[in-house]
Write a protein that binds this ligand. Sequence first.
Ligand SMILES: Cc1cc2nc3c(=O)[nH]c(=O)nc-3n(C[C@H](O)[C@H](O)[C@H](O)COP(=O)(O)OP(=O)(O)OC[C@H]3O[C@@H](n4cnc5c(N)ncnc54)[C@H](O)[C@@H]3O)c2cc1C
Length: 448
Amino acid sequence: MEPPTQGTALRGRTTADVCIVGGGYTGLWTALELKIRRPDLDVCLVEAGVCGSGASGTNAGMLMNLWPKFPSLEALAGRTEATWLAQQSSNAVEDVIGFCRDHGIEAHIERRGWLWASSSPAQDGAWTESLNLVEGLDGTPFRVLDGDTARALGSTALRGGVLDPTSATLQPALLVRGLRRVAVERYGVRIYEHTPMRATEERGNRTHVVTPHGRVEAGAVVLAINAWMSAFAHVRRTMVMSASDNAITRPLPAELLAGAGDPGLGVSDSTRMLNYWRTTRDGRVVFGKGGVGLGFRQHGARSMFGPVRRDAIIRREFDRLLPALAGEDFAATWRAPVEYTLTSLPYFRQLPGRSRVWFGTGYSGDGVGPSRMGGRILASLVLGEDDEWSNCAFTQPPRGWLPPEPFRFLGGQVVKHAMISKERAENDGRTPGSVVGALSRLDPTTWV
Ligand SMILES: Cc1cc2nc3c(=O)[nH]c(=O)nc-3n(C[C@H](O)[C@H](O)[C@H](O)COP(=O)(O)OP(=O)(O)OC[C@H]3O[C@@H](n4cnc5c(N)ncnc54)[C@H](O)[C@@H]3O)c2cc1C
């Protein structure tokens, strides 16, 4: 079949063994993994915009493992499997770096590590539970730092932290565009961009992916649409859709840039509405804050992409956490959705009522590395393989349900505002009021 040229939409009918919907990391890794395992398979991918239009092109670029989430992993899977999953997530980081090296993907990868820091007394020791649980396990990457070392590495505003030297940072859109190129040129995946899936229809032993000007008749379908899975009510009830606000500075002189820490190091603090930053290869600072917006019903994904409308919160946190750069202009800002599951971990399953449609979502802000695992899991599910991936804990049904709308949104707004008040009080050295404290504890999601 003639491969579509870049940016070509699907017009008319086509067939495929597997049709993947969504051209972010999950969709592209799944396509690549299928072709690596079964080169004879005919794989096509339809993407509503261009590959990387979603979180994969707009994230902060921290390529990390799941060791910080060990408490959640252990609660989900038990100690033995949690250890295996954490180790596989470290392997995923190696895989991404190795794949880029082997295929000439220049994604500005900097392997300087990730600093998990405290920026207020309330955050001190936020890592203790994770570190206690992983002590003695094979592959644990953490090194506890004293305050001076954390400040020297990340910012003068920090109080202490833990370094994971195995993590990396990268330019996220260059990674997704590189994966796209390799999928097309090296593995023959047919990619149709500007081709949104409108519906799936089961016809005999085929599933049709219906698009505005055509359809794909496929043997199996993978929905790799991440936050857009909130269109499905049963998935929506498992996730809080929140928005992260991000900003990037203009290129800065070296002496100013040093105020944002070691070049290429990823830094996050430990507030629930996470602050994170890194420098870029062209001397800018990328800074972001999680949890600032809340999605209503299925509109979360669509309505949360765009520039930051009111940058007061991100401005305040930028100035507080990077005092050497306080007041520095933002060259651009953007808002993008993050889907938090109640376990803070992703899951991969068959779509209810559809025998040949699988989906994966719920990375909860940690998908750059783990989506490599997602590609392996989805490939195993689609191929019907009975292996460690298809049987791993990430294929279990999600735990717990959120209330339906409008209760979820209204309750979520109350909790979110309590969390903002609590964070402000803690940053100012005040004790949050008891009502604010109680309300913010109702946050059903967790970060670790
Ligand atoms: C602001 C922000 C910062 C983040 N920072 C980090 C970080 O530093 N480190 C980290 O590990 N993770 C981070 N994440 C999370 C990470 O980016 C995601 O987990 C990951 O990119 C998910 O990849 P994906 O392919 O599953 O989804 P996406 O990249 O969102 O891809 C889904 C794709 O599906 C397409 N699509 C949707 N609906 C349809 C349809 N009907 N038909 C066809 N196509 C459709 C979309 O256009 C999109 O391209 C961050 C996320 C955000 C938003």
